[in-house]
Write a protein that binds this ligand. Sequence first.
Ligand code: S3P
Length: 169
Amino acid sequence: MLKNNIVLIGFMGCGKTTVGIELAKQNNMTFIDTDTKIELEEHMTVKEIFNHFSEKHFRQLETNQLEKLLKTTNNAIISTGGGIVIREENRLLLKKIGTVIYLKTSEQELIKRLQNDTKRPLLKQQKLDDAVTNLLTLRIPIYENLADIIINTDGKTVENITKEIKRCI
Ligand code: S3P
């Protein structure tokens, strides 16, 4: 069956959840956030999962979620964790689940938005600027290769971004 979901990918702080909620509301679609689903099912926050288990364990939980979404979900806006694209098997699953949209935000803007973050374990392992630069260097090519559509978000309101997405799909 052809899937009509929209999958939002992009770095932490790029606005996947905010944009996803708005897009779902406007189009009468279901909103799903993979991090929230994992937290509800595991009865732990993402931070706790990283601390008590490991990043590897969390990545497996992401894969499990994508496998479930592929089987069960249609007509949804799916917001994903920024690192979900790292595993090749996840990239294949994301493509099958729906149209993949990369919300592209500049490094400067991301650093600004993530300044006071306390929830994201990967930003705690080194200085914020270094963490963002290092992760972005690895991930930008992956986001760009995977995306069906790329939306630049810098300087745009949520309303502008949702309008632009609607024009593209
Ligand atoms: C991660 C991004 C987070 C969350 C976890 C790991 C990452 O989600 O999944 O902290 O590896 O980029 P957001 O992109 O919603 O912040």
